[in-house]
Write a protein that binds this ligand. Structure first.
Ligand code: SAM
Ligand code: SF4
Length: 498
């Protein structure tokens, strides 16, 4: 039986993409290979969001040249954000790679597999077959001439989108009110079947990522994602619901809806749809225990969403809200579209309606021009909010982005690293303190896998928990009494399994 191996690096969108490729290969009867050396088809799912990730990808691709010489029949394909519209240069650099596909080009991957005799003659026609968006038109217009994502339409994102309307909180209330009718009022009716319904998890893991919106329209000045993943394109809600129903029927118990900016979900669909309504529909699915969503954007997350999820039992109180910086000038240069005061207000509202919510964030240190005082604004915001988790990165210029073309990467690397370590040390302390409050308490864990002698899974607040027990507990909810805590995980005794 032909086999495959998928290597994935990067964000949740990449993980979701890999799950879908796995689903496609599984549906063709290919077998997962234990390692890359023995696989017949090798998929490298790449990330270039930071130089560090790009270096790893380049070294991984290079390392496969020898394998291809030894086993010329093995196919190597590279997918994900390394691949832009032009593959000539990639082909020249990596002649041992058989094919390159842009992120989200599931239909083209399927067609390639069929042409190689890996699968059936009729590859599923995916709504994302063309990558979901028109990269050509995007580039044709010249990137930074596109309409600004900011409410005031100019280069001045420090003017709050919250105050101006647009897609901010106020406007959503004003335009739509609190009770947006469900586009799926007739629950029983069969939504169109998703061609990738069998994709993703095949019952082997109880947790799955489901992409709901591809691409990103935000063009933060430092970020390469919109150039590689294209403009935002939401998947039809009926298709997502059908897919999640199928997953729940096959044993998936937790679904994370993913997108670079999930709060934008639905704005480009013909029918009225948004993330809150989508979650409401998914919350009704039998057999599904938990729902999560990421990543939220502070300028687009609405009070309406926060209020509505407060009434949904399956939606986990776990919100990933990247702040990137706590300094308004840096936020403006990053083109984030909110101020630190907007961000603090949003956190206040989340804690008002979801008092038990776990919060995580992303931070970039060493953005061009960042002074010690500006860095301290970020540091103080982290101290004040006390996040459950912080993903911190040192700025690295990405070719083609606005920041790389217009701002000098002038923060010395040792200063960037020192700031990064200060954030990490602070976060270790904060997370250690937050987690220590769970000692002696009982938490609900959805068991994902066995790790050595122990089972591991996550709480609703996304804390990693280890415990020892017999039997097969994958996909079970287990109540665990916590006896040891660290900044990164919890350990305890199982009390009850459901
Ligand atoms: N869409 C999400 C958001 O709005 O924050 C995040 C997507 S991005 C793929 C993941 C993270 O990578 C970002 O939150 C940011 O912290 C980091 N990142 C993106 N570009 C970067 C760059 N040029 N240098 C360092 N970190 C970067
Ligand atoms: Fe990148 Fe900004 Fe889009 Fe996130 S919102 S993917 S950081 S451009």
């Amino acid at each position: 039986m032909a086999s495959y191996y998928i290597w994935t690096i990067g964000c949740q969108m990449n993980k979701a993409d890999s799950e879908r490729v796995k689903g496609l290969f599984d549906s063709w009867g290919l077998a997962p290979a234990p390692d890359v050396q023995s696989a017949d088809t090798i998929v490298l799912n790449s990330c270039v969001v930071r130089q560090k990730a790009e270096n790893r990808v380049v070294s991984k691709i290079g390392s496969l040249a020898a394998l291809k010489r030894k086993r010329p029949d093995a196919s190597i394909i590279v997918i994900g954000c390394l691949v832009d519209g032009q593959t000539d240069e990639l082909r020249r650099l990596y002649p041992h790679v058989d094919a390159f596909f842009k992120a989200g080009e599931y239909g083209d991957i399927a067609a390639w597999g069929v042409s190689k005799g890996l699968g059936g003659a009729n590859p599923p026609v995916s709504p994302f077959a063309k990558g979901g968006r028109d990269m050509t038109s995007l580039f044709a217009r010249g990137r930074e001439d596109l309409p600004s994502p900011f409410a005031n339409g100019g280069e001045n994102p420090s003017v709050s989108p919250f105050a101006k309307g647009g897609r901010g909180m106020t406007s959503l209330f004003a335009r739509r009110g609190e009770d947006l009718p469900s586009p799926f009022a007739k629950r029983g009716e069969n939504p169109p079947e998703s061609p990738f319904e069998k994709g993703g998890q095949k019952g082997d893991s109880p947790v799955a990522y489901v992409p709901v919106i591809h691409g990103c329209d935000n063009f933060c000045s430092y970020c390469i994602v919109p150039y590689r993943r294209g403009r935002e394109k939401s998947r039809p809600a009926a298709e997502i619901i059908s897919e999640v129903r199928g997953m729940a029927a096959r044993g998936v118990r937790e679904v994370t809806l993913v997108g670079q900016n999930v709060d934008s979900y639905g704005h480009d669909l013909p029918e009225p749809a948004d993330l809150a309504v989508l979650l409401q529909e998914l919350n009704e699915i039998e057999g599904l225990y938990r729902l999560r969503f990421l990543t939220s954007h502070p300028k687009d997350m609405t009070l309406r969403l926060i209020r509505m999820i407060a009434g949904m039992d399956k939606v986990c109180r776990h919100i990933n809200l990247p702040v990137q910086s706590g300094n308004d000038e840096i936020l403006k240069a990053m083109r984030r579209g909110y101020t630190s005061a907007n961000y603090r207000k949003l956190i206040e509202e989340i804690r008002r309606f979801l008092p038990d919510a776990a919060l995580s964030t992303d931070v970039i240190v060493g953005f061009p021009g960042e002074t010690e005082e500006q860095f301290l604004d970020t540091y103080r915001l982290l101290e004040e909010v006390r996040f459950d988790a912080v993903h911190v990165a040192a700025y690295s210029p990405r070719a083609g982005t606005l920041a790389s073309r217009t701002l000098k990467d002038d923060v010395p690397v040792e200063v960037k690293m020192a700031r990064l370590q200060r954030v990490e040390a602070l976060q270790e302390k904060v997370a250690g303190e937050i987690n220590s409050e769970l000692a002696g308490k009982t938490v609900e864990v959805l068991v994902e896998k066995r790790a050595g002698e122990k089972w591991s899974g996550r709480t609703r607040s996304n804390k990693l928990v280890f415990f020892e027990a017999g039997g097969d507990l994958v996909g079970k909810l287990v109540c665990v009494r916590i006896d040891r805590t660290s900044p990164w995980s919890l350990t305890g005794e199982p009390i009850l399994a459901v």
